[in-house]
Structure formats: structure tokens, C-alpha cells
Design a protein around this ligand. Structure first.
Ligand SMILES: [Zn+2]
Length: 207
């Protein structure tokens, strides 16, 4: 049976993202998706541009969370090792100040990350740091998915946010598609004075 969207959708209201048993969630293949307003993410709100429109706090961060289990092949005579994983995606917009023109703009954010859930700090530290595609984190029976989602958005926010093309910056500073600054070509007339202008110059300097 394919679960309907309603069965896998969990909102903050009917599912406390701040406190879940992340081990149980992953073991049963739990999933959740929904939207969180930036106003409910205090660390994102703190990074929001001061001159952003009032609606900046209403920007919705969409998220999906999917837990799953991976059984590692067991050595003969030992039990299979159950590894717990969590896939987290986020998407939305965060208002930041453009570092080129200083105007506030909505920076699109999109993340897609896989986490392996470990039982303790010791266990997490023992994991060889070889898989760059998986982040190792320590789980808890009172785990905050909200904080994890907020972390993901924070990490995705650029250190120096910039418009692709600034709306108000002088056109001589507009960058081309290759990211190079294209200097404004001086008009042809200014390069070479017209013979008449040269004559006029002669006229005024001659006394
Ligand atoms: Zn700008």
C-alpha cells in the first residue's frame, strides 16, 4: 500500500519537531515534511537583514525529513549491524544584505543532506571521516529536528551574499556572465576630439 501524502505529512502543530525519539523515527522509516516560518527559527531571524520587508519573517522554509535503516552485512557468528540514517532537505528564502549594493534581497536557500545517527559522542568520534556525503551526528530520544533544519539553513547561507545583478549599482560595475567586471566602453566621440573641437581650441588659445 502506498501511503498518501497526508499520512507522511507532519506539521509542527501535530508533530513536535523540537522533541522526537530520533532512533525510533529512523528505525520505523519515519518521514515528515512541512513548512516553518522564519519567525520560528530565531537564529535565522537574527541573520535576517534589518531593512528587509516586514514579510521577511513570514518566509516559509520547506523541509522534508526521511529516516531509514541500513543493515551492514554481518560477520559469521555476529549480529547484523543496524545503521540509522536521516535525509534532510530544506528550501526557502532568507533576506540578507547584498554585500555589493547593500540593499536587502531574498537569497534562495536549498539544501540536501544525509546524516548518520550515532548513539553517543564516543561512537560518533570513532567513525572514520571518509564519507564526505554523510554527516555523522549524535542522536537523542529528545532530538530537535527543528534545530537540525535551522542548522542546515544557516550553513547554506552565504558569508558574503550578493545579488546576481544588483538593481541599483552603477552599470559600469555590473558583472558579466563570467563573473568578470565589464568596464564601460567610453563613447567613440570622447576618444578622439572632432577636428572642429580642435579648431575651437586653437581659436580660444590664440590671442
Ligand atoms: Zn546588490
Amino acid at each position: 500500500m502506498t501511503p498518501s501524502t497526508a499520512n507522511v505529512t507532519a506539521n509542527v502543530a501535530d508533530f513536535d519537531l523540537r522533541e522526537i525519539d530520533i532512533f525510533a523515527f529512523c528505525r520505523k522509516g519515519g518521514s515528515a515534511e512541512g513548512e516553518i516560518a522564519v519567525r520560528d527559527l530565531p537564529r535565522i531571524l537574527a541573520e535576517t537583514a534589518e531593512d528587509a520587508p516586514a514579510t521577511a519573517a513570514d518566509e516559509a522554509i520547506r523541509y522534508t525529513v526521511q529516516g531509514f535503516v541500513q543493515e551492514d552485512a554481518a560477520e559469521p557468528g555476529t549480529a547484523a549491524v543496524q545503521r540509522l540514517f536521516l535525509d534532510v532537505t530544506t528550501a526557502g528564502r532568507v533576506w540578507q544584505d547584498c554585500q555589493r549594493c547593500l540593499a536587502a534581497f531574498a537569497e534562495p536557500i536549498e539544501t540536501d543532506m544525509r546524516f548518520e545517527i550515532m548513539a553517543s559522542e564516543e561512537e560518533a568520534d570513532a567513525v572514520p571521516d571518509e564519507d564526505e556525503d554523510v554527516d555523522v551526528i549524535v542522536g537523542s530520544r529528545r532530538f530537535s529536528l527543528l534545530a537540525l533544519i535551522e542548522d542546515e539553513v544557516l550553513l547554506a547561507m552565504p558569508v558574503a551574499p550578493k545579488h546576481a545583478v544588483c538593481p541599483t549599482v552603477h552599470e559600469s560595475l555590473v558583472t558579466g556572465a563570467d563573473g568578470e567586471v565589464e568596464p564601460e566602453a567610453p563613447p567613440e566621440e570622447e576618444k578622439r576630439p572632432s577636428p572642429f573641437a580642435a579648431l575651437a581650441g586653437l581659436k580660444t588659445t590664440k590671442h
